[in-house]
Design a protein around this ligand. Structure first.
Ligand SMILES: NC(=O)c1ccc[n+]([C@@H]2O[C@H](COP(=O)([O-])OP(=O)(O)OC[C@H]3O[C@@H](n4cnc5c(N)ncnc54)[C@H](O)[C@@H]3O)[C@@H](O)[C@H]2O)c1
Length: 424
């Protein structure tokens, strides 16, 4: 199979690293995005997202001439779809981006092409949604062109390394499609490449994220139980995990991001009659921000209305700039709605507006004059904070740590009342 030129549709957290990694392995890549801001920024050498090492890689891929940025696809040997698959209000998968990306390939599809869907998708999307759209070209999937599903499993913050090192699952609509996928990805993948069918590959991705979600839900529920029974959940988890077959994850302020808080809904939607556990786990994690908001009120020891609160971190996890579905953002909104004066700061978006929350420009500004400091994201910058540094701006604030990021004893010794999620 000829693989000299590929077209990557969607230049976000997944598509841009994928496009530039292929380009840095001597493949001609057309990177396509429908968002004019994304196309213009990249054409001007600016990145619209942050991922360590990505800027250097994209700039050199563009300079080498192997990566060109366009607003629509063109003829190529292979097409990779890496567009968003969010959910709609009612927690149903929104496949409009995936569908329109597939539609946009139709005029350029040629005999012998390979199309790979990377976007996380409900079971049967590749065979029942993507194949029929591509067949509008008059070509037949599995006969004239090959079609595969290959989930992306990289960790934001580590994407460039994991793209290469992680095992990659490639599910073909037939064996030839899976093998063509292997030909394509072995350009740069050093981990195992596992071939399977398209629907199994779709399920694998959803099962991985659902497994994480359910396990975080139980940790979150344990944090509430510990809170009620006067136990330190962090210590209890550490002890329980000494058991050779137990590995409890960490509780926290909730579950966010584009994947774990979204993907389980695709299974619930696809088969609501047989997924009560998955649904309940989603609800437990979705309710955790409300539990944290209650904790803020308890730690303050008075009504939230009129309180001045430093919210440290808005991202959905440490050391990334991704605020999608972030529980920290939800907690900030809940506090604002309860009448608090919120001084939010996230080192990845200093001074910017995040989903209606105007953040302050610096940590010092965030903690100045507040009644309570709430640590919501264990960004390195926050974890390094010492009580002495906090005391320079604020000696009296109550501290609430929801991520086990700070040593209680040090803060208490410095004169702060200290609370931690899951410590009753
Ligand atoms: N971000 C992650 O960590 C991660 C990890 C694993 C899997 N995924 C999955 O990968 C997929 C992409 O996620 P992401 O985080 O890269 O999304 P993203 O929002 O960062 O980027 C998607 C890009 O696609 C563009 N786009 C939308 N419709 C398009 C179209 N028809 N043609 C071309 N471009 C189009 C958007 O403008 C956007 O720039 C999703 O299904 C997601 O669930 C993401």
């Amino acid at each position: 199979m000829k693989l000299e030129k590929i077209c990557v549709l969607g230049l976000g957290y997944i598509g841009l690293p994928t496009a530039s990694t292929f380009a840095s392995h001597a493949i001609k890549v057309v990177g396509v995005d429908v968002n004019p801001h994304v196309v213009q920024s990249l054409q001007n050498g600016q990145l619209h997202i942050y991922e360590p090492g990505l800027r250097t890689m994209v700039l050199s891929a563009v300079q080498s001439g192997n990566l060109v940025i366009k607003s629509r696809p063109e003829a190529a040997d292979a097409f990779i779809i890496a567009v968003p698959t969010p959910f709609k209000e009612e927690k149903k998968a929104d496949l409009t981006y995936v569908e329109s990306a597939a539609e946009s390939i139709v005029p350029y599809l040629r005999k012998g092409n390979l199309v790979v869907l990377e976007s996380t998708s409900p079971p049967l999307t590749t065979t029942q949604i993507i194949a029929p759209i591509l067949e509008k070209s008059g070509l037949i999937a599995g006969v004239d062109f090959m079609l595969a599903y290959s989930p992306e499993r990289v960790l934001p913050g580590q994407i460039l390394r994991e793209l290469i090192e992680n095992a990659r699952v490639i599910g073909g609509i037939d064996r030839a499609s899976a093998e063509a996928g292997r030909e394509l990805y072995k350009t740069f993948v050093r981990g195992d490449i596992i071939l399977t069918d398209a629907t199994t590959a779709e399920m694998v991705k959803l099962m991985e994220n659902t497994y994480r979600d359910v396990n975080i839900a139980i940790a979150n529920e344990f944090s509430r139980l510990a809170d009620r029974f006067g136990v330190d959940v962090w210590e209890a988890i550490q002890i329980a995990n000494l058991h050779p077959r137990v590995n409890i994850l960490n509780p926290g302020p909730g579950v966010g991001g584009h994947c774990i808080s979204v993907d389980p809904w695709f299974l619930v939607e696809a088969a609501p009659d047989i997924t009560p556990l998955i649904l309940n786990a989603r609800q437990v994690n979705d309710n955790q921000p409300a539990f944290v908001t209650e904790l803020v009120e308890r730690a303050l020891g008075r009504n939230l209305a009129g309180s001045r609160i430093a919210v440290l971190g808005l991202a959905y996890k440490p050391d990334v700039d991704d605020m999608r579905e972030s529980p920290a953002v939800e907690i900030a909104h809940k506090l604002i709605d309860a009448g608090c004066l919120v001084q939010a700061f996230d080192p990845f978006v200093p001074g910017k507006e995040v989903q209606g929350i105007q953040t302050v420009a610096s940590l010092q500004e965030a903690i100045l004059g507040v009644d309570i400091i709430v640590l919501l994201v264990a960004h390195q910058e926050f974890k390094k904070l010492t009580p002495a540094a906090i005391n320079q701006e604020n000696k009296t604030a109550v501290i609430l740590d929801t991520v086990n990021g700070w040593p209680a004893a040090d803060f208490e010794a410095a004169g702060h009342r200290f609370f931690r999620l899951g410590v009753g």
